[in-house]
Design a binder for this molecule. Structure first.
Ligand SMILES: Cc1cc2nc3c(=O)[nH]c(=O)nc-3n(C[C@H](O)[C@H](O)[C@H](O)COP(=O)(O)OP(=O)(O)OC[C@H]3O[C@@H](n4cnc5c(N)ncnc54)[C@H](O)[C@@H]3O)c2cc1C
Ligand SMILES: *[C@@H]1O[C@H](CO)[C@@H](O)[C@H](O)[C@H]1NC(C)=O
Ligand SMILES: *[C@@H]1O[C@H](CO)[C@@H](O)[C@H](O)[C@H]1NC(C)=O
Ligand SMILES: *[C@@H]1O[C@H](CO)[C@@H](O)[C@H](O)[C@H]1NC(C)=O
Ligand SMILES: *[C@@H]1O[C@H](CO)[C@@H](O)[C@H](O)[C@H]1NC(C)=O
Ligand SMILES: *[C@@H]1O[C@H](CO)[C@@H](O)[C@H](O)[C@H]1NC(C)=O
Ligand SMILES: *[C@@H]1O[C@H](CO)[C@@H](O)[C@H](O)[C@H]1NC(C)=O
Ligand SMILES: *[C@@H]1O[C@H](CO)[C@@H](O)[C@H](O)[C@H]1NC(C)=O
Ligand SMILES: *[C@@H]1O[C@H](CO)[C@@H](O)[C@H](O)[C@H]1NC(C)=O
Ligand SMILES: *[C@@H]1O[C@H](CO)[C@@H](O)[C@H](O)[C@H]1NC(C)=O
Ligand SMILES: *[C@@H]1O[C@H](CO)[C@@H](O)[C@H](O)[C@H]1NC(C)=O
Length: 594
C-alpha cells in the first residue's frame, strides 16, 4: 500500500548500528568469482533464497544487489515513516504510463537497497486466501502451490511476535493460523488510534450477517469482513528481508557473499552438448557500465530482481519476444513472448474525511515539537505512534451476486470467499483536502481482482535505462465498476453510528456513477503490487515464462524467484506471497541439487 504523504521533517542519523563486514562494497573485495548459486537482486525473495541455500555449508551463494545497505536508513527503519521512502535515495524512481483511460504518468516505487521493496513497503502482512493459492495450483497444474501445501512455507517465513506496546492480543488474531518459529517478524498494532478502535467497534456492532462482519484473522485463508491488521514489524522497527533473512545470526556465514552497488546487466549463456541453452554467467557493473565484470554459477542463476527488473534483465539477455528484441538489435536466444506481459496491479483511491480527533498523522505535520517528541520516544523506547505504519485495519468485501456487471463479465475473483475490494483504513487523508492542517483520515477502496493487464518492455537496449511500463489501468469496464461499488461500500460502512462524533465532513463528495468515474480516473493510483511479468504456466504450455518449479522455459539452470511469477494478483498485499514463493523455491532448488 502506498500513502502519498507529504511530510517534511529533517531526518538525522539516529541509529548507530555497525554495518556488517560481510556486505561487500567493491567487486575487487570478492574472494572468488565462481559460486554455486548467483542470486540477482537482494530483495524480498532474493535474500530469502540466499539464506536458505546457505544453510548447506557447501553451497557458496553470491547475492548481487544494485542498491546500497539498509543499515541506518531511518525512513526504512521507523514504521510510520514508510511513505517517506517514496522518491528517496532507496527508490528506483520508475515511472509508468497508465494507459488510455487514465492517460497519466505515475510513479512506480521499488526498493533500491538491500531488502529491496521489503525495505520500503508499508509492512502490511496478508497472505491472500485459500482460493487464491488453490487457483495458482490449478492454473499451473502443480498441487504444490495449493493453500494446504504452502502452509509449511508460511510457517518457515513467519515469526509472530508481541506488539511494541506489549498489550494482550487476545481476540485480535487467531494464534492457530500463525507461525512462531520463522524468520520474518509479523505483529499486531503497537499503538491504537481512534480510527482503529472505531473501525473494529463498528464491525463488531454490525453482526455476523453483515458484509462488514468482524473477522478474527484475515490470514486464515478466508478473509471476508473487517479485522485487525498485521504487519512485518519487530519490536517497533521494520522487519525486512535484510533485517531478518540477512540478520546478525546469518550474515556472517562464510558461504554467504553479498555484493552491494552491483547492477546486473545480463545473464550469459553457453551452448551445451545437447544443444540447449545453459545460463551460467552473470554480467554486472558498479560504474554504470564503464567496467563490466562477470561471475559464474556452477549450479544455478536465480533471478530475483522483481516484477519490473526481472523481465528487463531477461530481455537484455535475449529471452523474450523476438520482435521486441530485434527492434532493439538484441539477438533472441530463447523465444518467450510472455516476458513482460500480463502485468497486473491493484488500483486504489482514497476517500477522505475531516475528523474530530487529535491523534491523526496531521498532528505531527503541523506541530514540530510533537514530531520531535514522537521520534524521541521511538528512539529511546521503540514505543509510541511511530511503531506502526499509518494504515492498519483492513476490510475485505465482495460485489453483490446480482451486480449488473456479472451479466457481461465472468467473475475474475478466484472464488466466492475472496473479496473483489479491499478497504484500507488510514490515519491520514489530508492529501486531498484544502485545509492541510485539519485532522483527516483516509478510507481507501482497492481493486483486488482487476481484469486489465499491462506490460513492461525495453525502452532502449541500454541496461541502465529504465524500461517502458504501461499499467493499462481500467482497460476493462469491470475494473471501474468494481471500484465505484467499492466507494459505495466504504461509505455504507462509514455511515455506521460508531463513527458519530468522529467524522466531521467528507472530503470527496463524488456520488453519481459519472462523478465517481471521473474522480477515480483522476485520483486512483497503484498500490505498488505489480506481478505477472514472468508468470508461471503449466509445464509444456506455449505461453508463460516459467514452469511451476520456476525454471525459465526452454533453458537450463535459470530460475525466476520473485513476485513476477504470480499469474494472478492475490487478494492481498504481495510481500507475504513473495516470501512464500521464495521459501518454496528454496526447497525446490535444494531438491534439484541434493
Ligand atoms: C511503497 C510500497 C509499499 C508497499 N506496501 C506493501 C505492504 O504494505 N504490504 C505488502 O505485502 N506489500 C507491499 N508492497 C509490495 C511488496 O513489498 C512487493 O510485492 C515485494 O516486496 C516484491 O518483492 P520482490 O522480491 O519481487 O522484489 P524486490 O523486493 O523489489 O527485490 C528486487 C531487488 O532486485 C534489485 N535489483 C533490481 N534490478 C537489479 C539489477 N539490474 N541488478 C541488481 N539488482 C537489481 C532491487 O534493487 C531489489 O533489491 C509495497 C510496495 C511498495 C513499493
Ligand atoms: C531516486 O530519487 C532520489 C531523489 O532524487 C535520489 O536520491 C535517488 O538516487 C534516486 N534513485 C536512483 C536509483 O537513482
Ligand atoms: C459471530 O461469529 C463468531 C465466530 O463464528 C462467533 O464467535 C460469534 O458468537 C458470532 N456473533 C454473533 C452475534 O452471532
Ligand atoms: C524484542 O523485545 C523483547 C522484549 O524487550 C526482547 O525480549 C527480544 O529479544 C527483542 N527481540 C529482538 C529480536 O530484538
Ligand atoms: C496472459 O495470461 C493468460 C492466462 O491468464 C494467458 O492465457 C495469456 O496467454 C497470457 N498472455 C501472454 C501475452 O502471455
Ligand atoms: C484527545 O482527545 C481525547 C478524546 O478523544 C481526549 O480525551 C484528550 O484529552 C485529547 N488530548 C489532547 C492533547 O487534546
Ligand atoms: C505541540 O505539541 C506539544 C507537545 O505535545 C504540545 O505541548 C503543544 O501544545 C502543541 N502545540 C500546539 C499548537 O498544539
Ligand atoms: C537517539 O538515541 C541515540 C542514543 O541511543 C542518541 O545519540 C540520539 O541523540 C537520539 N536522538 C534523538 C532525536 O533522541
Ligand atoms: C440485488 O439484490 C438485492 C436484494 O437481495 C436488491 O436489494 C438489489 O436491488 C438487487 N440489485 C440489483 C442490481 O438487482
Ligand atoms: C524512452 O526513451 C526515450 C528516448 O531515449 C526517452 O525520451 C524516454 O524518456 C524513455 N522513457 C522511459 C520510460 O524511460
Ligand atoms: C463536500 O461536502 C461537504 C459537506 O458535506 C463540504 O464541507 C465540502 O466542502 C465538500 N467538498 C467539496 C470538495 O466540495
Amino acid at each position: 500500500m502506498l500513502w502519498p504523504l507529504l511530510l517534511f521533517i529533517t531526518l538525522n542519523a539516529l541509529l548507530s548500528r555497525p554495518s556488517s563486514c560481510s556486505l561487500l562494497q567493491r567487486f575487487e573485495d570478492l574472494k572468488r568469482n565462481d559460486f554455486d548459486f548467483v542470486v540477482i537482486g537482494g530483495g524480498t525473495a532474493g535474500n530469502t533464497v540466499a539464506n536458505r541455500l546457505t544453510e548447506n555449508p557447501n553451497h557458496h551463494v553470491l547475492v548481487l544487489e544494485a542498491g546500497g545497505s539498509n543499515a541506518n536508513v531511518l525512513v526504512s527503519i521507523v514504521p510510520d515513516f514508510c511513505a517517506r521512502t517514496l522518491g528517496s535515495a532507496i527508490d528506483w524512481n520508475y515511472t509508468a504510463q497508465t494507459g488510455p483511460v487514465m492517460n497519466r504518468v505515475v510513479e512506480l516505487p521499488r526498493g533500491f537497497v538491500l531488502g529491496g521493496t521489503s525495505s520500503m513497503n508499508c509492512m502490511v502482512y496478508t497472505r491472500g486466501t485459500r482460493e487464491d493459492w488453490d487457483r495458482y495450483a490449478h492454473v499451473t497444474n502443480d498441487a504444490g502451490w495449493s493453500w494446504d501445501n504452502i502452509q509449511p512455507y508460511v510457517r518457515k517465513n513467519e515469526r509472530f511476535t508481541p506488539p511494541a506496546d506489549g498489550h494482550d492480543t487476545t481476540g485480535e488474531f487467531d494464534p492457530s493460523v500463525h507461525g512462531f518459529d520463522g524468520i520474518n517478524s509479523v505483529t499486531l498494532s503497537g499503538f491504537r488510534h481512534q480510527i482503529d478502535t472505531r473501525v473494529i467497534q463498528a464491525s463488531k456492532a454490525m453482526g455476523n450477517d453483515s458484509e462488514f462482519r468482524f473477522v478474527l484473522d484475515m490470514n486464515s485463508g478466508e478473509h471476508l469482513g473487517i479485522g485487525f491488521g498485521q504487519s512485518t514489524v519487530l519490536n517497533g522497527s521494520r522487519s525486512s528481508s535484510a533485517t531478518s533473512y540477512l540478520g546478525p545470526q546469518f550474515i556472517n556465514r562464510p558461504n554467504l557473499h553479498v555484493l552491494l552497488h552491483a547492477h546486473v546487466t545480463r545473464i550469459l549463456s553457453e551452448e551445451t552438448a545437447h544443444n540447449g541453452l545453459t545460463f551460467t554467467g552473470v554480467e554486472l557493473s558498479q560504474d554504470s557500465g564503464k567496467t563490466l565484470h562477470t561471475v559464474t554459477a556452477s549450479k544455478e542463476v536465480i533471478l530475483s530482481a522483481g516484477s519490473i527488473a526481472t523481465p528487463q534483465i531477461l530481455m537484455n539477455s535475449g529471452i523474450g519476444d523476438p520482435n521486441t528484441l530485434s527492434n532493439l538489435g538484441i539477438r533472441t536466444l530463447q523465444r518467450l513472448p510472455s516476458v513482460g506481459r500480463n502485468l497486473s496491479e491493484h488500483l486504489v483511491f482514497t476517500l477522505g474525511w475531516v475528523v474530530n480527533a487529535n491523534d491523526t498523522e496531521t498532528e505531527a505535520i503541523r506541530n514540530t515539537t510533537l514530531a520531535a517528541e514522537q521520534l524521541k520516544q521511538w528512539n529511546e523506547t521503540r514505543t509510541g505512534p511511530l511503531v506502526d505504519a499509518p494504515g492498519l485495519d483492513l476490510g475485505w468485501v465482495r460485489l453483490p451476486k446480482n451486480a449488473s456487471i456479472f451479466e457481461k463479465f465472468t467473475d475474475p475473483s478466484p472464488g466466492p470467499n475472496t473479496a473483489h475490494i479491499e478497504i484500507q483504513f488510514i490515519n491520514f487523508g489530508g492529501f486531498v483536502t484544502d485545509n492541510p492542517l485539519a485532522d483527516t483520515i483516509g478510507v481507501a477502496p482497492t481493486l483486488l481482482s482487476p481484469i486489465s493487464r499491462g506490460f513492461v518492455t525495453l525502452n532502449t537496449s541500454n541496461p541502465f535505462d529504465h524500461p517502458f511500463i504501461n499499467l493499462n489501468y481500467l482497460d476493462s469496464e469491470f475494473d471501474l465498476f468494481a471500484l465505484r461499488e467499492g466507494a459505495r461500500s466504504a461509505r455504507r460502512f462509514m455511515a455506521h453510528p460508531s463513527f458519530n462524533g468522529f467524522l466531521v465532513s467528507p472530503i470527496v463528495n463524488a456520488t453519481t456513477d459519472d462523478e465517481l468515474d471521473e474522480f477515480i480516473k483522476s485520483n486512483a493510483g497503484g498500490a505498488c503490487h505489480p506481478i505477472g511479468t514472468a508468470m508461471m504456466s503449466p509445464r509444456g504450455a506455449d505461453w508463460g515464462v516459467v514452469d511451476p518449479d520456476l525454471k525459465v522455459k526452454g533453458v537450463e539452470r535459470l530460475r525466476v524467484v520473485d513476485a513476477s511469477i504470480l499469474p494472478f494478483l492475490p487478494a492481498g498485499h504481495t510481500q507475504a506471497s513473495t516470501y512464500i514463493i521464495a521459501e518454496r523455491a528454496s526447497d525446490l532448488i535444494k531438491a534439484s541439487w541434493s
